[in-house]
Design a protein around this ligand. Structure first.
Ligand code: P5A
Ligand code: ZN
Length: 479
């Protein structure tokens, strides 16, 4: 059973890998026992969390994008059209080659991402400059035959929650503008999850296959490794030339379109669990917690009915105010109930017992351990206030932790130490040889160059390897 309280203490979060594996099933998020490597099952509680998280993502996208849905299967001849794209994904594609016992005339790829499913259709849809810009997105499952160690939500072979947006524009500059808007959108998404991020431009050798450039969003996990939790790609006219996506401009001439695409997966949920969780389990931001408030009737002796009645009416009042509330009426010790809901990350616990009833108050305890009391009649206001402050507190706490893991080392030895704990910010001139040496000596890899908005510590301008003028560059070990 998910979250069996008899299953012993949760590993300390200092052993992040153990903690992560345990918390997923103990808190009822993911079951990793499905008999295909890299495929995982969402428990209902985890699925509800997913719904909340993707609700925020959809809300942000729906302001100026439209949702659509394309097929899972891509014919081989479309998939094989864009040379760089193929080279980047060829080793990761699952192929469907048979229908029943009959070999298929055209082998079908399970989409590892949907450029080659979507763009042949865009070629039919885009006719004139009046059709542009076009901004569509879909939330689908994609398949990647990952060869590195698989990990639930982080490196799956079936990515179940792949949000991919694909936009089309008249000019390169307009596509660049869209890439900036997409980065801003992802920034607000992660702010709504109380997750601090680092935004950087990936080095050329690490960009998305077929893109002009890639901007990545990363966060730092509790073990100091970075996790890429979103990417924005400027595709230039590379795909439009391959798939013949053209529009008629105002002068009546045919022009190739310019494109962007950007994606987020269930790694966003891995980040929520990992960044905020602690030694007692999950700590879910109120914005996305499936249960925001749990009411615990503290039942002793004769006044059971009275206490239960009060707990239920509290729940009704909170639910009526739009707060996702549960009551735990099970006949077990209050301590066991506290443990149960703490593990699942419920942001706020309300306790009502005979003494609270007599005094006309409710006791409130946040998941961060802050205890307060509110007069029963004004409990809805009190809860709303506490939940709002908790979101800010979680972001503040996580941002401080991240700042503590981003260092500006003086020399290569310092850079290596910084990479061991998190991210080193060093100056790099852009030369591949300097990158190779930097990566070798720090035992890390270049995440990317600063694109601003990261509040990085100040560093000298000269490349840490060769001394020529460079750009602030992030180096880390990544998932
Ligand atoms: C952008 C959307 C793309 O595929 N095509 C459409 C572009 N980009 S990407 O960088 O390859 O993937 C987007 C994000 O998906 C996450 N991700 C994964 N999550 C879980 N399991 C995986 N195996 C996996 N691979 C990629 C990353 O967060 C990535 O930024
Ligand atoms: Zn250099």
């Amino acid at each position: 059973m998910p979250g069996d309280p008899e299953s012993g203490p949760l590993p300390q979060k200092t052993d992040f890998s153990e903690w992560y594996t345990e918390i997923l099933w103990r808190a009822g998020i993911i079951d990793n026992r499905y008999p295909v490597k890299g495929l995982y099952v969402w428990y209902p509680y985890g699925f509800t969390l997913r719904k909340q998280v993707y609700g925020i993502l959809r809300e942000l996208l729906d302001r100026d994008h439209q949702e659509t849905l394309f097929p899972l299967l891509i014919p081989e001849h479309e998939f094989m059209k864009e040379a760089e794209h193929i080279a980047g994904f060829e080793d990761e594609v699952y192929w469907v080659t048979r229908g029943g016992r009959t070999p298929l005339d055209v082998p079908l790829a399970l989409r590892p991402t949907s450029e080659t499913a979507i763009y042949p259709m865009y070629a039919l849809w885009v006719r004139s400059h009046a059709d542009l810009p076009l901004k569509y997105y879909q939330v689908v499952n994609t398949f990647r035959y990952e060869t590195k160690a698989t990990k639930p939500l982080i490196r799956a072979r079936e990515i179940t929650s792949f949000k991919e947006a694909h936009t089309v524009h008249a000019t390169w500059a307009e596509a660049e503008e869209q890439a900036k808007l997409a980065v801003a959108l992802y920034r607000s998404f992660y702010e709504r999850l109380s997750i601090p991020v680092l935004v950087s431009k990936r080095p050329d050798w690490d960009k998305f296959p077929g893109a002009d450039y890639t901007i990545a969003i990363d966060t730092i996990m509790p073990d100091g490794r970075t996790l890429q939790i979103g990417t924005v790609h400027h595709l230039g006219d590379n795909f439009s030339r391959t798939f013949n996506i053209r529009y008629e401009d105002e002068k009546g001439e045919q022009q190739y379109a310019h494109q962007t695409c950007y994606g987020i997966s269930e790694r966003s949920i891995a980040a929520v669990l990992s960044v905020h969780g602690d030694d007692r389990g999950l700590v879910l931001p109120p914005q996305v917690a499936p249960v925001q408030v749990v009411v615990i009737p503290v039942i002793v002796g004769k006044r059971k009915d009275e206490v239960l009645g009060a707990a239920r009416s509290l729940k009704e009042r909170l639910a009526a105010a739009g707060i996702r509330t549960g009551v735990d009426e099970r006949e077990i010790r209050p301590g066991a109930k506290y443990y149960h809901w703490e593990m699942r990350g419920v942001p706020l616990r309300l306790e009502v017992g005979p003494r609270d009833l007599d005094r006309g108050v409710v006791t409130l305890v946040t998941r961060l351990g802050e205890k307060s009391e509110a007069p029963a009649p004004s409990v809805v206001d009190a809860v709303q206030g506490i939940l709002a402050k908790l979101s800010d507190a979680l972001l503040g706490k996580a941002a401080a932790e991240m700042r503590g893991r981003v260092a500006a080392p003086k020399d290569m030895e310092g850079a290596k130490a910084a990479v061991g704990r998190g991210v080193a910010v060093v100056s790099w001139c852009g030369a591949r040889e300097c990158a190779d040496l930097l990566e070798k000596q720090t035992e890390g890899s270049i995440l990317g160059t600063d694109v601003g908005g990261n509040q990085l510590p100040a560093i000298p301008k000269d490349c840490i390897v060769c001394g020529k003028e460079g750009t602030p560059t992030l180096v880390s070990r990544s998932f």
